[in-house]
Design a protein around this ligand. Sequence first.
Ligand SMILES: Cc1cc2nc3c(=O)[nH]c(=O)nc-3n(C[C@H](O)[C@H](O)[C@H](O)COP(=O)(O)OP(=O)(O)OC[C@H]3O[C@@H](n4cnc5c(N)ncnc54)[C@H](O)[C@@H]3O)c2cc1C
Length: 479
Amino acid sequence: MYDVAIIGAGVVGAAIARELSKYQISIAIIEKNSDVSEGTTGANCCNIYEPFRQPKGSLNQKLLIRGNEIYDEMCRDLDVPFKRMGSITVGFDEEDREKIENMYNKAVENNASGVRIVNREEIAKLEPNIDEKFKFGFYSPNCGCVWPFQLVVALVENAMDNGAELFLNSEVKNVERIARGFKIITKDKFIYTKYVINCAGLHADEINNSLAEYSKYTIVPKRAQFIVFNENIGTMFKHLVNRCPKEGDRGLNILPTVGGNIVMGPVFETAPDKEALGTSEDKIEILKKKMSRLSDKIPFDKVIRCFAGLNGKEESGKVILGESEEVKGFINAASVDQGITCAPAIAEMISDIVKDIFERDYEPIKENPDFNPKRRRIYRFKELSDNEKEELLKRDPKYGRVICRCEMITEGEIVDAIHRNCGATTVKGIKNRTKALMGECQGGFCEPRILEILARELGKEMNDIQYDNRGSYILSDNI
Ligand SMILES: Cc1cc2nc3c(=O)[nH]c(=O)nc-3n(C[C@H](O)[C@H](O)[C@H](O)COP(=O)(O)OP(=O)(O)OC[C@H]3O[C@@H](n4cnc5c(N)ncnc54)[C@H](O)[C@@H]3O)c2cc1C
């Protein structure tokens, strides 16, 4: 029997797993997909937000403050790219001016450092490609960006290095109460645990409601669509730029990413269901029209792809964090706001709850004396100095064979991504860990070679390698 079972390997579940691996307890991470970070965490704006966006003193604000401040050290320890690029919210009419002044006052009230109101001249210096009509803005240096997929891989890998176990392809169908714990029923196994932490994102309601009688809740999905630009325009915008929120124009963002691409969006809509990840031409056209109001220089011919993300919030919008009052030992971490930013803080909060309930039901849990917060270094070949490249090539010549020519990703990086804890088993897994297939050709040249490497390293036939989830075979025998 595990001490704790975490259902869902998105950013929230992954951060909790790592936090709990600091203690001498057994941890199972149960994920329905063939890889981690395939839910909401896999498709969003990737920002580490500033704390002043939430009401002063609210739980959300506390989580944002703590989450934001943890990021530098956490990403350093885990060797995850993280950049504090800062943000500018721009406006042009009186209504915008008032909103921008309010934002500034709220930020100052909340002790935000380095924030200021900027005029046209300064906007032009910070972001020369923003339309001239934007005469004033609110600047904050504390906003950052991360690649959430890589963060989740790193968190889970580090949790596993410290003793946690990961079960992929293990959709939880039901959870039952048993004496002193729970029986988790997946398609092909039972997992027994003293406590459950429900981090199933969009599907957290189904997990909770399989146990609860009077504390059921409903998660409602909302869809957001984005466009991604070729890396060539990566230097055109340097900060997160957002349009001062207006009726019908909520949250229009220009998002520089840690990977060098620019993402723009989103346009929001109610999603028909929790799997509706398709994009639509009409929404993308609306998005492009809206974005061109921010800058008429945006080169839409450099768009390389579109994608959609789904956010899941409880019907009334409330955050659901903590032990269920009805089902003791069952902890929800669901319907969170700005979950990428808040996840490390949520993890600390849930870890405190787990410590308390262990003490209540058993005895205090002890710290793990062998806990190592650091992840083994990842060699990103193109970022190394000439000396480092030479040294690495002597140790492993696979780093001398470029597989993805657009992104300059080597065989050594791909093989390493397969053989770590929480390693890649699919083509998409390689793409998201290494950035191979993400360039202009979108895998046109390197995908067959990656398929070959995956098959060789995993001891499988090429026909058995999938793009991502069950059934997405690339070669024809399995279709
Ligand atoms: C468009 C958009 C933009 C956003 N931008 C930002 C941003 O810039 N900054 C920020 O901080 N936040 C942002 N967010 C919010 C953030 O993405 C989410 O709060 C966060 O990703 C939620 O993480 P999670 O782990 O709770 O859920 P998820 O990432 O959805 O993880 C849940 C996991 O549970 C698994 N699962 C579900 N059901 C089962 C089951 N039955 N059995 C086993 N596993 C199961 C899923 O497969 C999934 O892996 C954005 C959200 C959206 C939609």
